[in-house]
Design a protein around this ligand. Structure first.
Ligand SMILES: NC(=O)c1ccc[n+]([C@@H]2O[C@H](COP(=O)([O-])OP(=O)(O)OC[C@H]3O[C@@H](n4cnc5c(N)ncnc54)[C@H](OP(=O)(O)O)[C@@H]3O)[C@@H](O)[C@H]2O)c1
Length: 282
């Protein structure tokens, strides 16, 4: 399976299809299935894994650590992204949180480290910590998450703020408000977007309109929703699943090409934004 890549920094191309891990690491009884799906992903070429210190209170990172310790794929061929809690994002706090994440993951470095959402610490301080971590080789690139346009505009004014590699935001067919201003702004600056909750935590799959358009092209609703995001070259998708069959289904999105008729049908069913709206978060 050939997975397209986005360039998030000169030396870190990031695969545009990854595995989300929110809700993993919460119950020890689920760990075996979670490890199995992470390993199955890696075996199928899905080498980007998105996580956060928040998920399962470190449990998701620990599960990923267990999974990657059992794979023959070398560390350089994996892309691991984690996130720091806003309340930890002071200069010292970010560095300490990253070190805890590295320990749980059993790795020497992160490919991407993101501020989970804007918080009380000045963004200049967090960026300073990210740059220190990068200089120490503990992260390859850094970014943000849940930053709206005003947050991004502020970010690029602080020292080294322009080095932001990505912004991870809620983006799917039923959540298109980012297309109004944030995406074009990022696109002009070559800042790829990581689209989280690409199937709206499975709620989107119940849409009769999505089901009908998917049926017409011989795809499943999940494949169509993911393929629609992937047809934009600077969007990275990270659907989460703990089922190998669903992982395979979702990967089918990579073989779908959406023609103009399908794209217009999707625009008619899920209208693009006509005015700005506050950035939504899940
Ligand atoms: N930065 C942030 O603030 C933020 C916020 C939310 C999410 N995220 C990241 O983005 C990732 C993805 O978002 P998400 O987990 O919120 O939602 P999602 O990927 O849109 O949906 C995940 C849900 O859909 C189910 N699912 C997956 N594939 C399916 C399929 N083919 N058919 C039916 N059900 C399917 C999963 O169930 P099973 O697991 O039971 O298969 C799970 O309940 C997260 O895991 C996390 O890594 C980041």
């Amino acid at each position: 399976m050939k997975i397209p890549v986005a360039t998030i920094s000169k030396d870190s191309p990031m695969p545009r299809f990854g595995l989300g891990t929110w809700r993993m690491g919460e119950r020890s009884s689920a760990a075996q299935a979670e490890i199995a799906v992470i390993l199955a992903s890696i075996e199928r070429g899905v080498t980007l894994i998105d996580t956060a210190e928040m998920y399962g209170d470190g449990g998701a990172e620990a599960v990923i650590g267990r999974a990657i310790s059992g794979t023959s794929v070398s560390r350089e061929n994996l892309s691991i992204v984690s996130k720091v809690y806003p309340h930890n994002a002071s200069k010292k706090g970010t560095i300490a949180a990253c070190e805890r994440s590295l320990k749980r993951l059993g790795t020497e470095y992160l490919d991407g480290y993101l501020l989970h959402w804007p918080g009380e610490h000045p963004i200049a301080e967090t960026v300073d910590a990210f740059e220190t971590l990068r200089a120490q080789g503990k992260i390859r690139a850094w970014g943000v998450s849940n930053f709206d346009l005003a947050n991004m505009q502020e970010l690029i004014t602080v020292p080294n703020g322009k080095k932001v590699a990505t912004n991870q935001v809620l983006y799917n067919l039923s959540r298109r408000s980012v297309e109004f201003d944030l995406l074009p702004w990022q696109r002009e600056r070559d800042i790829p977007t990581m689209a989280y909750s690409p199937i709206e935590q499975a709620r989107l799959l119940e849409s009769a309109k999505l089901k009908s358009i998917a049926y017409d092209i011989g795809a499943t609703p999940a494949q169509l929703a993911i393929a629609w995001l992937l047809q934009q070259p600077d969007v990275i998708v990270i659907p989460k699943t703990t089922h190998i069959a669903r992982l395979e289904e979702n990967l089918g999105a990579l073989s779908l090409t959406l023609d103009a008729t399908t794209l217009s049908a999707l625009d008619a069913a899920f209208a693009p934004p006509r005015k700005p709206a506050p950035l939504a978060m899940l």
